[in-house]
Design a protein. Structure first.
Length: 607
Protein backbone atom coordinates (compact mmCIF):
# COMPACT_ATOMS: atom_id res chain seq x y z
CA UNK A 1 0.00 0.00 0.00
CA UNK A 2 2.99 2.25 0.67
CA UNK A 3 3.95 1.89 -3.02
CA UNK A 4 0.47 2.80 -4.25
CA UNK A 5 0.26 5.83 -1.98
CA UNK A 6 3.54 7.18 -3.33
CA UNK A 7 2.40 6.41 -6.86
CA UNK A 8 -0.85 8.30 -6.29
CA UNK A 9 1.09 11.34 -5.07
CA UNK A 10 3.31 11.17 -8.15
CA UNK A 11 0.27 11.00 -10.43
CA UNK A 12 -1.33 14.00 -8.74
CA UNK A 13 1.92 15.87 -9.33
CA UNK A 14 1.80 14.93 -13.02
CA UNK A 15 -1.78 16.21 -13.30
CA UNK A 16 -0.80 19.49 -11.65
CA UNK A 17 1.94 20.01 -14.25
CA UNK A 18 -0.40 19.46 -17.21
CA UNK A 19 -3.44 21.38 -15.93
CA UNK A 20 -2.10 24.80 -17.15
CA UNK A 21 -2.31 23.56 -20.74
CA UNK A 22 -5.93 22.53 -20.59
CA UNK A 23 -7.34 25.74 -22.09
CA UNK A 24 -5.47 25.67 -25.38
CA UNK A 25 -7.51 25.15 -28.54
CA UNK A 26 -7.54 22.74 -31.49
CA UNK A 27 -4.48 23.01 -33.73
CA UNK A 28 -3.16 21.55 -37.00
CA UNK A 29 -4.47 17.97 -37.49
CA UNK A 30 -7.00 18.45 -34.68
CA UNK A 31 -9.05 20.58 -37.06
CA UNK A 32 -9.69 18.00 -39.76
CA UNK A 33 -9.75 14.87 -37.60
CA UNK A 34 -11.81 16.25 -34.72
CA UNK A 35 -13.19 19.79 -34.87
CA UNK A 36 -14.79 19.67 -38.34
CA UNK A 37 -15.38 15.91 -38.33
CA UNK A 38 -19.14 16.13 -37.85
CA UNK A 39 -19.48 12.36 -37.54
CA UNK A 40 -18.05 12.82 -34.04
CA UNK A 41 -20.90 15.13 -33.08
CA UNK A 42 -22.74 12.42 -31.16
CA UNK A 43 -25.73 13.69 -29.19
CA UNK A 44 -27.29 10.29 -28.51
CA UNK A 45 -25.43 7.13 -27.57
CA UNK A 46 -26.53 4.38 -29.91
CA UNK A 47 -24.71 1.71 -31.89
CA UNK A 48 -24.97 3.46 -35.25
CA UNK A 49 -23.64 6.81 -34.02
CA UNK A 50 -20.76 5.24 -32.13
CA UNK A 51 -19.85 2.91 -34.99
CA UNK A 52 -19.79 5.71 -37.56
CA UNK A 53 -17.68 7.82 -35.20
CA UNK A 54 -15.21 4.99 -34.58
CA UNK A 55 -14.77 4.45 -38.33
CA UNK A 56 -14.50 8.12 -39.27
CA UNK A 57 -10.70 8.33 -39.47
CA UNK A 58 -9.53 8.76 -43.08
CA UNK A 59 -13.06 8.75 -44.48
CA UNK A 60 -14.25 5.54 -42.92
CA UNK A 61 -11.24 3.27 -43.47
CA UNK A 62 -11.69 2.02 -39.94
CA UNK A 63 -8.17 2.81 -38.75
CA UNK A 64 -7.55 4.06 -35.18
CA UNK A 65 -11.12 3.27 -34.18
CA UNK A 66 -10.73 3.45 -30.41
CA UNK A 67 -9.34 7.02 -30.27
CA UNK A 68 -12.00 8.18 -32.74
CA UNK A 69 -14.68 6.58 -30.58
CA UNK A 70 -13.26 8.31 -27.50
CA UNK A 71 -13.40 11.68 -29.30
CA UNK A 72 -17.10 11.11 -29.96
CA UNK A 73 -17.67 10.25 -26.31
CA UNK A 74 -15.87 13.45 -25.30
CA UNK A 75 -18.20 15.45 -27.54
CA UNK A 76 -21.23 13.69 -26.04
CA UNK A 77 -19.92 14.31 -22.52
CA UNK A 78 -19.31 18.03 -23.10
CA UNK A 79 -22.22 18.69 -25.44
CA UNK A 80 -19.97 20.67 -27.78
CA UNK A 81 -16.47 20.83 -29.27
CA UNK A 82 -14.80 22.13 -26.11
CA UNK A 83 -11.02 21.52 -26.45
CA UNK A 84 -10.57 21.46 -22.66
CA UNK A 85 -12.83 18.38 -22.43
CA UNK A 86 -10.65 16.52 -24.93
CA UNK A 87 -7.46 17.62 -23.18
CA UNK A 88 -8.80 16.49 -19.83
CA UNK A 89 -9.29 13.00 -21.26
CA UNK A 90 -5.77 13.07 -22.70
CA UNK A 91 -4.32 13.92 -19.29
CA UNK A 92 -6.34 11.11 -17.69
CA UNK A 93 -4.95 8.64 -20.25
CA UNK A 94 -1.42 9.89 -19.57
CA UNK A 95 -1.80 9.41 -15.81
CA UNK A 96 -3.34 5.94 -16.15
CA UNK A 97 -0.40 4.99 -18.38
CA UNK A 98 1.99 6.32 -15.74
CA UNK A 99 0.34 4.03 -13.19
CA UNK A 100 0.67 0.95 -15.43
CA UNK A 101 4.27 1.85 -16.33
CA UNK A 102 5.15 1.89 -12.63
CA UNK A 103 3.70 -1.62 -12.23
CA UNK A 104 5.52 -2.86 -15.35
CA UNK A 105 8.89 -1.37 -14.33
CA UNK A 106 8.55 -2.71 -10.79
CA UNK A 107 8.05 -6.20 -12.18
CA UNK A 108 10.96 -5.70 -14.60
CA UNK A 109 13.33 -4.53 -11.86
CA UNK A 110 12.52 -7.57 -9.74
CA UNK A 111 13.40 -9.71 -12.76
CA UNK A 112 16.70 -7.83 -12.86
CA UNK A 113 17.39 -9.05 -9.28
CA UNK A 114 16.59 -5.77 -7.52
CA UNK A 115 15.29 -6.03 -3.97
CA UNK A 116 11.55 -5.33 -3.54
CA UNK A 117 12.19 -1.99 -1.84
CA UNK A 118 14.72 -0.92 -4.48
CA UNK A 119 12.28 -2.03 -7.23
CA UNK A 120 9.56 0.16 -5.72
CA UNK A 121 11.82 3.21 -5.61
CA UNK A 122 13.16 2.56 -9.10
CA UNK A 123 9.69 2.06 -10.60
CA UNK A 124 8.43 5.30 -9.06
CA UNK A 125 11.45 7.26 -10.32
CA UNK A 126 11.31 5.87 -13.87
CA UNK A 127 7.52 6.32 -14.19
CA UNK A 128 7.66 9.86 -12.80
CA UNK A 129 10.53 11.00 -15.05
CA UNK A 130 8.77 9.48 -18.08
CA UNK A 131 5.50 11.22 -17.20
CA UNK A 132 6.88 14.70 -16.48
CA UNK A 133 9.44 14.89 -19.29
CA UNK A 134 8.85 18.02 -21.44
CA UNK A 135 8.75 15.89 -24.61
CA UNK A 136 5.42 14.52 -23.38
CA UNK A 137 3.69 17.93 -23.47
CA UNK A 138 2.95 17.89 -27.20
CA UNK A 139 1.92 14.22 -27.08
CA UNK A 140 -0.63 14.92 -24.34
CA UNK A 141 -1.88 18.43 -25.17
CA UNK A 142 -1.93 18.02 -28.97
CA UNK A 143 -5.35 16.41 -28.84
CA UNK A 144 -5.18 14.23 -31.95
CA UNK A 145 -2.11 12.46 -30.54
CA UNK A 146 -4.44 10.53 -28.27
CA UNK A 147 -4.02 7.97 -31.02
CA UNK A 148 -0.41 7.60 -29.86
CA UNK A 149 -0.99 7.88 -26.12
CA UNK A 150 -3.82 5.32 -26.11
CA UNK A 151 -1.65 2.93 -28.13
CA UNK A 152 1.10 3.39 -25.53
CA UNK A 153 -1.35 2.60 -22.72
CA UNK A 154 -2.43 -0.70 -24.25
CA UNK A 155 1.11 -1.68 -25.29
CA UNK A 156 2.32 -1.21 -21.69
CA UNK A 157 -0.67 -3.17 -20.41
CA UNK A 158 0.22 -5.93 -22.85
CA UNK A 159 3.88 -5.92 -21.75
CA UNK A 160 2.87 -6.07 -18.09
CA UNK A 161 0.56 -9.00 -18.85
CA UNK A 162 3.39 -10.67 -20.77
CA UNK A 163 5.69 -10.51 -17.73
CA UNK A 164 2.93 -11.96 -15.55
CA UNK A 165 2.38 -14.75 -18.07
CA UNK A 166 6.09 -15.56 -18.19
CA UNK A 167 6.29 -15.46 -14.40
CA UNK A 168 3.67 -18.20 -14.30
CA UNK A 169 5.59 -20.18 -16.92
CA UNK A 170 8.76 -19.93 -14.83
CA UNK A 171 6.84 -21.59 -12.02
CA UNK A 172 5.70 -24.40 -14.32
CA UNK A 173 2.21 -22.98 -14.89
CA UNK A 174 0.86 -22.02 -18.31
CA UNK A 175 -0.43 -18.52 -17.59
CA UNK A 176 -3.17 -18.73 -20.22
CA UNK A 177 -5.28 -15.96 -18.71
CA UNK A 178 -2.40 -13.51 -18.93
CA UNK A 179 -1.64 -14.74 -22.44
CA UNK A 180 -5.20 -13.88 -23.44
CA UNK A 181 -4.74 -10.42 -21.89
CA UNK A 182 -1.54 -9.93 -23.92
CA UNK A 183 -3.44 -10.57 -27.15
CA UNK A 184 -6.49 -8.55 -26.07
CA UNK A 185 -4.48 -5.45 -25.11
CA UNK A 186 -2.40 -5.78 -28.28
CA UNK A 187 -5.53 -5.79 -30.43
CA UNK A 188 -6.75 -2.70 -28.60
CA UNK A 189 -3.38 -1.01 -29.22
CA UNK A 190 -3.61 -1.88 -32.93
CA UNK A 191 -7.04 -0.23 -32.95
CA UNK A 192 -5.33 2.96 -31.77
CA UNK A 193 -2.27 3.22 -34.01
CA UNK A 194 -0.49 1.03 -36.53
CA UNK A 195 2.95 1.09 -34.87
CA UNK A 196 1.50 -1.11 -32.12
CA UNK A 197 2.47 -3.92 -34.47
CA UNK A 198 5.89 -3.65 -32.77
CA UNK A 199 4.71 -5.47 -29.62
CA UNK A 200 6.47 -8.76 -30.62
CA UNK A 201 9.71 -6.76 -31.01
CA UNK A 202 9.36 -5.43 -27.45
CA UNK A 203 8.59 -8.89 -26.04
CA UNK A 204 11.52 -10.36 -28.00
CA UNK A 205 13.80 -7.81 -26.31
CA UNK A 206 12.44 -8.92 -22.93
CA UNK A 207 13.34 -12.48 -23.83
CA UNK A 208 16.81 -11.68 -25.18
CA UNK A 209 17.83 -9.51 -22.24
CA UNK A 210 15.91 -10.79 -19.19
CA UNK A 211 13.84 -13.93 -19.72
CA UNK A 212 16.13 -15.89 -22.09
CA UNK A 213 13.20 -18.08 -23.28
CA UNK A 214 13.22 -20.01 -20.00
CA UNK A 215 10.20 -21.81 -18.54
CA UNK A 216 9.41 -24.41 -15.92
CA UNK A 217 8.38 -26.85 -18.65
CA UNK A 218 10.79 -27.67 -21.49
CA UNK A 219 7.96 -27.84 -24.03
CA UNK A 220 7.02 -24.22 -23.24
CA UNK A 221 10.62 -23.02 -23.56
CA UNK A 222 11.02 -24.81 -26.88
CA UNK A 223 7.69 -23.44 -28.09
CA UNK A 224 8.77 -19.88 -27.28
CA UNK A 225 11.95 -20.21 -29.34
CA UNK A 226 10.08 -21.72 -32.26
CA UNK A 227 7.35 -19.07 -32.08
CA UNK A 228 9.80 -16.16 -32.13
CA UNK A 229 11.86 -17.79 -34.92
CA UNK A 230 8.71 -18.05 -37.02
CA UNK A 231 7.76 -14.43 -36.24
CA UNK A 232 11.22 -13.21 -37.35
CA UNK A 233 11.02 -15.14 -40.63
CA UNK A 234 7.46 -14.00 -41.41
CA UNK A 235 8.21 -10.39 -40.44
CA UNK A 236 11.29 -10.33 -42.68
CA UNK A 237 9.36 -11.74 -45.65
CA UNK A 238 6.48 -9.33 -45.08
CA UNK A 239 8.88 -6.38 -44.88
CA UNK A 240 10.70 -7.28 -48.10
CA UNK A 241 7.78 -8.42 -50.24
CA UNK A 242 4.83 -6.40 -48.85
CA UNK A 243 5.92 -3.46 -46.73
CA UNK A 244 8.65 -2.04 -49.00
CA UNK A 245 6.69 -2.43 -52.29
CA UNK A 246 3.56 -0.90 -50.75
CA UNK A 247 4.99 1.95 -48.69
CA UNK A 248 8.49 2.50 -50.06
CA UNK A 249 9.62 4.82 -52.85
CA UNK A 250 13.07 4.61 -54.37
CA UNK A 251 12.54 7.02 -57.27
CA UNK A 252 13.16 10.73 -57.64
CA UNK A 253 9.48 11.66 -57.37
CA UNK A 254 7.57 10.36 -54.35
CA UNK A 255 4.18 12.02 -54.25
CA UNK A 256 4.16 15.17 -52.18
CA UNK A 257 7.51 14.42 -50.53
CA UNK A 258 10.80 15.88 -51.70
CA UNK A 259 12.69 12.80 -50.51
CA UNK A 260 12.62 9.08 -51.21
CA UNK A 261 12.76 6.14 -48.81
CA UNK A 262 16.55 5.86 -48.80
CA UNK A 263 16.95 9.57 -48.09
CA UNK A 264 14.37 9.30 -45.35
CA UNK A 265 16.22 6.47 -43.61
CA UNK A 266 19.49 8.41 -43.88
CA UNK A 267 17.79 11.47 -42.37
CA UNK A 268 16.33 9.46 -39.51
CA UNK A 269 19.84 8.87 -38.18
CA UNK A 270 20.15 12.59 -37.47
CA UNK A 271 16.55 12.74 -36.22
CA UNK A 272 17.11 9.93 -33.70
CA UNK A 273 20.26 11.60 -32.39
CA UNK A 274 18.30 14.85 -32.11
CA UNK A 275 15.63 13.01 -30.09
CA UNK A 276 18.35 11.75 -27.74
CA UNK A 277 19.61 15.31 -27.36
CA UNK A 278 16.08 16.50 -26.55
CA UNK A 279 15.73 13.77 -23.94
CA UNK A 280 18.99 14.79 -22.27
CA UNK A 281 18.52 18.56 -22.66
CA UNK A 282 14.75 19.25 -22.84
CA UNK A 283 14.98 23.03 -22.71
CA UNK A 284 12.28 24.97 -24.62
CA UNK A 285 14.66 26.14 -27.37
CA UNK A 286 15.40 22.48 -28.19
CA UNK A 287 11.70 21.63 -28.55
CA UNK A 288 10.26 23.73 -31.40
CA UNK A 289 7.38 21.21 -32.04
CA UNK A 290 7.23 22.12 -35.75
CA UNK A 291 9.98 20.71 -37.96
CA UNK A 292 8.65 21.16 -41.50
CA UNK A 293 11.97 22.60 -42.71
CA UNK A 294 14.14 19.84 -41.33
CA UNK A 295 17.04 19.29 -43.73
CA UNK A 296 16.93 16.02 -45.69
CA UNK A 297 20.05 13.85 -45.86
CA UNK A 298 20.78 13.30 -49.54
CA UNK A 299 23.69 10.97 -48.77
CA UNK A 300 25.87 9.86 -45.88
CA UNK A 301 27.98 12.97 -46.41
CA UNK A 302 25.28 15.55 -47.16
CA UNK A 303 25.07 16.85 -44.51
CA UNK A 304 28.19 15.33 -42.96
CA UNK A 305 26.40 14.82 -39.63
CA UNK A 306 24.44 11.97 -41.26
CA UNK A 307 27.41 9.61 -41.18
CA UNK A 308 28.40 10.70 -37.67
CA UNK A 309 24.84 10.14 -36.43
CA UNK A 310 24.60 6.64 -37.85
CA UNK A 311 28.00 5.70 -36.48
CA UNK A 312 26.87 6.98 -33.06
CA UNK A 313 23.64 4.93 -33.24
CA UNK A 314 25.47 1.76 -34.29
CA UNK A 315 27.96 2.31 -31.47
CA UNK A 316 25.21 2.86 -28.87
CA UNK A 317 23.30 -0.25 -29.94
CA UNK A 318 26.52 -2.30 -29.93
CA UNK A 319 27.33 -1.02 -26.45
CA UNK A 320 23.87 -1.99 -25.24
CA UNK A 321 24.13 -5.47 -26.74
CA UNK A 322 27.59 -5.98 -25.22
CA UNK A 323 26.28 -4.94 -21.78
CA UNK A 324 23.11 -7.07 -21.88
CA UNK A 325 24.62 -9.46 -19.32
CA UNK A 326 26.42 -6.77 -17.32
CA UNK A 327 23.72 -4.06 -17.13
CA UNK A 328 20.53 -5.60 -18.54
CA UNK A 329 18.40 -2.55 -17.69
CA UNK A 330 20.67 -0.24 -19.65
CA UNK A 331 20.78 -2.68 -22.56
CA UNK A 332 17.01 -3.20 -22.63
CA UNK A 333 16.34 0.54 -22.35
CA UNK A 334 18.58 1.48 -25.29
CA UNK A 335 17.28 -1.33 -27.49
CA UNK A 336 13.69 -0.52 -26.51
CA UNK A 337 14.17 3.13 -27.53
CA UNK A 338 15.39 2.27 -31.01
CA UNK A 339 12.85 -0.55 -31.41
CA UNK A 340 10.09 1.99 -30.75
CA UNK A 341 11.21 3.98 -33.78
CA UNK A 342 11.39 1.10 -36.26
CA UNK A 343 8.15 2.07 -38.02
CA UNK A 344 8.48 5.86 -37.87
CA UNK A 345 12.14 5.76 -39.00
CA UNK A 346 11.62 3.34 -41.86
CA UNK A 347 10.83 3.49 -45.59
CA UNK A 348 7.31 4.87 -45.13
CA UNK A 349 7.25 8.46 -46.40
CA UNK A 350 5.91 9.97 -43.21
CA UNK A 351 6.96 13.43 -42.10
CA UNK A 352 10.53 13.41 -40.91
CA UNK A 353 10.08 14.56 -37.31
CA UNK A 354 7.35 14.43 -34.68
CA UNK A 355 7.93 14.71 -30.93
CA UNK A 356 5.04 12.40 -30.05
CA UNK A 357 6.89 9.48 -31.66
CA UNK A 358 8.95 9.38 -28.46
CA UNK A 359 5.95 8.84 -26.20
CA UNK A 360 6.65 5.13 -25.66
CA UNK A 361 10.36 4.92 -26.71
CA UNK A 362 11.17 7.59 -24.10
CA UNK A 363 10.48 4.95 -21.45
CA UNK A 364 13.42 2.89 -22.69
CA UNK A 365 15.85 5.79 -22.64
CA UNK A 366 14.73 6.89 -19.15
CA UNK A 367 15.33 3.33 -17.92
CA UNK A 368 18.77 3.26 -19.56
CA UNK A 369 19.80 6.64 -18.13
CA UNK A 370 18.62 5.78 -14.61
CA UNK A 371 20.61 2.56 -14.73
CA UNK A 372 23.66 4.39 -16.09
CA UNK A 373 23.49 6.92 -13.23
CA UNK A 374 23.28 4.08 -10.72
CA UNK A 375 26.27 2.41 -12.35
CA UNK A 376 28.28 5.62 -12.17
CA UNK A 377 27.22 6.08 -8.55
CA UNK A 378 28.42 2.59 -7.69
CA UNK A 379 31.76 3.10 -9.41
CA UNK A 380 32.35 6.51 -7.83
CA UNK A 381 31.03 5.47 -4.42
CA UNK A 382 28.20 8.01 -4.36
CA UNK A 383 25.99 7.55 -1.34
CA UNK A 384 22.25 6.90 -1.31
CA UNK A 385 21.50 10.46 -0.23
CA UNK A 386 23.50 11.89 -3.12
CA UNK A 387 21.59 9.79 -5.64
CA UNK A 388 18.23 10.77 -4.13
CA UNK A 389 19.25 14.44 -4.18
CA UNK A 390 20.33 14.11 -7.81
CA UNK A 391 16.97 12.50 -8.65
CA UNK A 392 15.09 15.35 -6.95
CA UNK A 393 17.16 17.95 -8.84
CA UNK A 394 16.48 16.21 -12.17
CA UNK A 395 12.74 15.98 -11.45
CA UNK A 396 12.62 19.65 -10.47
CA UNK A 397 14.42 20.68 -13.66
CA UNK A 398 12.12 18.57 -15.81
CA UNK A 399 9.05 19.85 -13.96
CA UNK A 400 10.08 23.47 -14.49
CA UNK A 401 10.54 22.97 -18.23
CA UNK A 402 7.29 21.01 -18.52
CA UNK A 403 5.32 23.57 -16.53
CA UNK A 404 6.62 26.35 -18.76
CA UNK A 405 5.68 24.34 -21.84
CA UNK A 406 2.18 23.52 -20.62
CA UNK A 407 1.70 27.22 -19.80
CA UNK A 408 2.59 28.03 -23.42
CA UNK A 409 0.20 25.37 -24.72
CA UNK A 410 -2.58 26.73 -22.51
CA UNK A 411 -3.16 29.75 -24.75
CA UNK A 412 -3.34 29.82 -28.54
CA UNK A 413 -1.64 33.20 -28.94
CA UNK A 414 1.20 32.21 -26.61
CA UNK A 415 1.63 28.97 -28.52
CA UNK A 416 1.62 30.71 -31.90
CA UNK A 417 4.20 33.22 -30.71
CA UNK A 418 6.38 30.44 -29.30
CA UNK A 419 6.15 28.37 -32.50
CA UNK A 420 7.25 31.23 -34.73
CA UNK A 421 10.01 32.24 -32.33
CA UNK A 422 11.41 28.71 -32.27
CA UNK A 423 10.98 28.16 -36.04
CA UNK A 424 10.85 31.58 -37.79
CA UNK A 425 11.42 30.00 -41.22
CA UNK A 426 8.47 27.63 -40.87
CA UNK A 427 5.39 28.39 -42.98
CA UNK A 428 3.38 25.95 -40.88
CA UNK A 429 4.29 27.79 -37.68
CA UNK A 430 3.29 31.18 -39.10
CA UNK A 431 0.09 29.78 -40.62
CA UNK A 432 -0.88 28.28 -37.25
CA UNK A 433 -0.15 31.57 -35.46
CA UNK A 434 -2.23 33.50 -37.98
CA UNK A 435 -5.15 31.05 -37.88
CA UNK A 436 -5.35 31.32 -34.09
CA UNK A 437 -6.50 34.92 -34.45
CA UNK A 438 -9.00 33.85 -37.11
CA UNK A 439 -10.41 31.25 -34.71
CA UNK A 440 -10.70 33.90 -31.98
CA UNK A 441 -12.58 36.14 -34.42
CA UNK A 442 -15.01 33.34 -35.25
CA UNK A 443 -15.67 32.78 -31.54
CA UNK A 444 -16.09 36.44 -30.55
CA UNK A 445 -16.78 38.35 -33.82
CA UNK A 446 -14.26 40.89 -32.55
CA UNK A 447 -12.53 42.24 -35.67
CA UNK A 448 -9.53 43.35 -33.65
CA UNK A 449 -8.42 39.73 -33.77
CA UNK A 450 -8.39 39.91 -37.56
CA UNK A 451 -6.28 43.06 -37.36
CA UNK A 452 -3.80 41.05 -35.27
CA UNK A 453 -4.00 38.23 -37.81
CA UNK A 454 -3.06 40.66 -40.57
CA UNK A 455 -0.09 41.87 -38.52
CA UNK A 456 1.12 38.30 -38.02
CA UNK A 457 0.75 37.59 -41.74
CA UNK A 458 2.70 40.72 -42.64
CA UNK A 459 5.38 39.89 -40.06
CA UNK A 460 5.73 36.40 -41.55
CA UNK A 461 6.80 37.85 -44.92
CA UNK A 462 10.02 39.05 -43.31
CA UNK A 463 10.93 35.40 -42.80
CA UNK A 464 9.03 33.34 -45.42
CA UNK A 465 7.69 34.27 -48.86
CA UNK A 466 4.60 32.14 -48.62
CA UNK A 467 1.46 32.32 -50.74
CA UNK A 468 -0.42 30.73 -47.84
CA UNK A 469 0.40 33.63 -45.55
CA UNK A 470 -0.52 36.28 -48.12
CA UNK A 471 -3.72 34.38 -48.87
CA UNK A 472 -4.60 34.48 -45.18
CA UNK A 473 -3.87 38.21 -45.10
CA UNK A 474 -6.13 38.80 -48.14
CA UNK A 475 -8.96 36.90 -46.46
CA UNK A 476 -8.67 38.84 -43.21
CA UNK A 477 -8.53 42.16 -45.04
CA UNK A 478 -11.54 41.15 -47.14
CA UNK A 479 -13.58 40.62 -43.99
CA UNK A 480 -12.28 43.88 -42.54
CA UNK A 481 -13.05 45.72 -45.79
CA UNK A 482 -9.49 47.11 -46.01
CA UNK A 483 -8.19 45.13 -48.99
CA UNK A 484 -6.71 47.15 -51.88
CA UNK A 485 -5.05 46.67 -55.26
CA UNK A 486 -1.54 46.56 -53.78
CA UNK A 487 -2.54 43.57 -51.66
CA UNK A 488 -3.52 41.64 -54.76
CA UNK A 489 -0.33 42.67 -56.57
CA UNK A 490 1.67 41.36 -53.63
CA UNK A 491 -0.29 38.11 -53.73
CA UNK A 492 0.34 37.57 -57.43
CA UNK A 493 4.03 38.31 -56.95
CA UNK A 494 4.34 35.84 -54.07
CA UNK A 495 2.47 33.19 -56.07
CA UNK A 496 5.21 33.43 -58.69
CA UNK A 497 8.01 33.35 -56.09
CA UNK A 498 6.66 30.53 -53.92
CA UNK A 499 8.53 27.35 -54.85
CA UNK A 500 6.08 25.08 -53.05
CA UNK A 501 3.45 23.94 -55.55
CA UNK A 502 1.20 22.49 -52.85
CA UNK A 503 1.24 25.81 -50.95
CA UNK A 504 0.30 27.74 -54.10
CA UNK A 505 -2.61 25.45 -54.89
CA UNK A 506 -3.79 25.36 -51.27
CA UNK A 507 -3.72 29.14 -51.07
CA UNK A 508 -5.85 29.62 -54.19
CA UNK A 509 -8.23 26.85 -53.07
CA UNK A 510 -8.57 28.60 -49.71
CA UNK A 511 -9.63 31.84 -51.40
CA UNK A 512 -11.98 30.04 -53.77
CA UNK A 513 -13.65 28.14 -50.91
CA UNK A 514 -14.21 31.40 -49.04
CA UNK A 515 -15.58 32.98 -52.22
CA UNK A 516 -18.11 30.13 -52.41
CA UNK A 517 -19.05 30.83 -48.79
CA UNK A 518 -20.11 34.29 -49.83
CA UNK A 519 -17.14 36.49 -48.93
CA UNK A 520 -16.63 39.57 -51.10
CA UNK A 521 -13.74 38.32 -53.24
CA UNK A 522 -13.84 39.70 -56.77
CA UNK A 523 -14.14 37.06 -59.48
CA UNK A 524 -11.56 38.70 -61.73
CA UNK A 525 -9.04 38.72 -58.87
CA UNK A 526 -9.69 35.04 -58.20
CA UNK A 527 -9.32 34.24 -61.89
CA UNK A 528 -6.03 36.15 -61.87
CA UNK A 529 -4.78 33.94 -59.04
CA UNK A 530 -5.86 30.79 -60.89
CA UNK A 531 -4.10 32.04 -64.03
CA UNK A 532 -0.92 32.60 -62.04
CA UNK A 533 -0.65 29.02 -60.79
CA UNK A 534 -1.89 27.72 -64.16
CA UNK A 535 1.17 29.29 -65.79
CA UNK A 536 3.32 27.16 -63.45
CA UNK A 537 1.89 23.86 -64.63
CA UNK A 538 -1.35 23.65 -62.61
CA UNK A 539 -4.46 22.41 -64.43
CA UNK A 540 -6.98 25.12 -63.57
CA UNK A 541 -10.07 23.13 -64.56
CA UNK A 542 -12.15 26.26 -65.31
CA UNK A 543 -15.19 24.23 -66.35
CA UNK A 544 -15.28 22.44 -62.99
CA UNK A 545 -14.72 25.74 -61.20
CA UNK A 546 -17.55 27.39 -63.15
CA UNK A 547 -19.92 24.48 -62.52
CA UNK A 548 -19.12 24.66 -58.81
CA UNK A 549 -20.03 28.36 -58.71
CA UNK A 550 -23.16 27.67 -60.79
CA UNK A 551 -24.41 25.29 -58.10
CA UNK A 552 -24.16 27.89 -55.33
CA UNK A 553 -26.01 31.04 -54.38
CA UNK A 554 -23.61 32.92 -56.66
CA UNK A 555 -24.95 31.24 -59.78
CA UNK A 556 -25.26 34.49 -61.71
CA UNK A 557 -21.51 35.09 -61.32
CA UNK A 558 -20.64 31.73 -62.88
CA UNK A 559 -20.71 33.29 -66.36
CA UNK A 560 -17.33 34.93 -65.70
CA UNK A 561 -15.73 31.51 -65.09
CA UNK A 562 -17.53 29.96 -68.07
CA UNK A 563 -16.11 32.72 -70.25
CA UNK A 564 -12.63 31.94 -68.99
CA UNK A 565 -13.17 28.28 -69.79
CA UNK A 566 -14.24 29.11 -73.35
CA UNK A 567 -11.23 31.40 -73.78
CA UNK A 568 -8.71 28.66 -72.99
CA UNK A 569 -10.52 25.48 -74.08
CA UNK A 570 -9.58 23.57 -77.23
CA UNK A 571 -11.91 24.31 -80.12
CA UNK A 572 -12.98 20.67 -80.38
CA UNK A 573 -13.38 20.20 -76.61
CA UNK A 574 -16.48 17.96 -76.19
CA UNK A 575 -17.20 19.72 -72.93
CA UNK A 576 -18.27 22.84 -74.83
CA UNK A 577 -21.27 21.18 -76.50
CA UNK A 578 -22.27 19.51 -73.22
CA UNK A 579 -22.06 22.88 -71.46
CA UNK A 580 -24.24 24.60 -74.08
CA UNK A 581 -26.86 21.87 -73.87
CA UNK A 582 -26.87 22.06 -70.07
CA UNK A 583 -27.18 25.87 -70.03
CA UNK A 584 -29.98 25.80 -72.60
CA UNK A 585 -31.92 23.24 -70.57
CA UNK A 586 -31.49 25.39 -67.43
CA UNK A 587 -32.86 28.47 -69.19
CA UNK A 588 -29.55 30.29 -69.72
CA UNK A 589 -29.75 30.62 -73.51
CA UNK A 590 -28.41 34.19 -73.29
CA UNK A 591 -25.23 32.87 -71.72
CA UNK A 592 -24.81 30.45 -74.59
CA UNK A 593 -25.04 33.39 -77.00
CA UNK A 594 -22.31 35.27 -75.12
CA UNK A 595 -20.06 32.22 -75.00
CA UNK A 596 -20.51 31.51 -78.71
CA UNK A 597 -19.46 35.08 -79.45
CA UNK A 598 -16.17 34.37 -77.68
CA UNK A 599 -15.70 31.26 -79.82
CA UNK A 600 -16.38 33.28 -82.98
CA UNK A 601 -13.91 35.97 -81.88
CA UNK A 602 -11.25 33.34 -81.32
CA UNK A 603 -11.86 31.89 -84.75
CA UNK A 604 -11.46 35.33 -86.41
CA UNK A 605 -8.37 36.30 -84.42
CA UNK A 606 -5.03 35.97 -86.29
CA UNK A 607 -3.07 32.89 -85.28
Amino acid sequence: MHFYLKLLIAILFVIALFIPGINGGFILDDIFNIEINHVLYVNQLNIDNLLYAALSFHDGNGERALPMLSFALDYWRAGDMDPSTFKTTNIMIHTITTFIIALFIKKLLILAKWTPQAAIRGALIVALIWAIHPLQVSAVLYIVQRMQTMATLFIVLSLWSYLLMRQNQFAGRRGRLYGILVILFWLMALACKEDAVLLPVYTLLLELVFLRFKAGQEVVARGLKQCYSLIIVLATLAFVFIFIPKYGCLGDVCGRRDFNSIERILTQGRVLVMYLGQILMPIPSNLPFIYDNYVVSRSLWQPWTTLISWLFIIGLISWAWYWRNIRPLFAFGVLFFFAGHIISSNVVLLELVFEHRNHLPLLGMVLALVDLVLYAGQRLNFGYRFLITLCIVICMALSTSTLYRTYIWGDGVRLGRALTTAAPDSVRAWAEYSSIYNDLYKETKNKNYLVDGVKVSEESLKHVKSSIMVGNMLMYKTILGTINENDWKLYYAILKQDSNQLHRQSSVSFLFDNYLRGYDIKEEKLIGAIESIESQGYDAGYLEVANTVFNTKRRERAILFYKKYIEVAEVNDPGIDKLFNSLNSDGYEHWVVELKEIINSRAKAPK
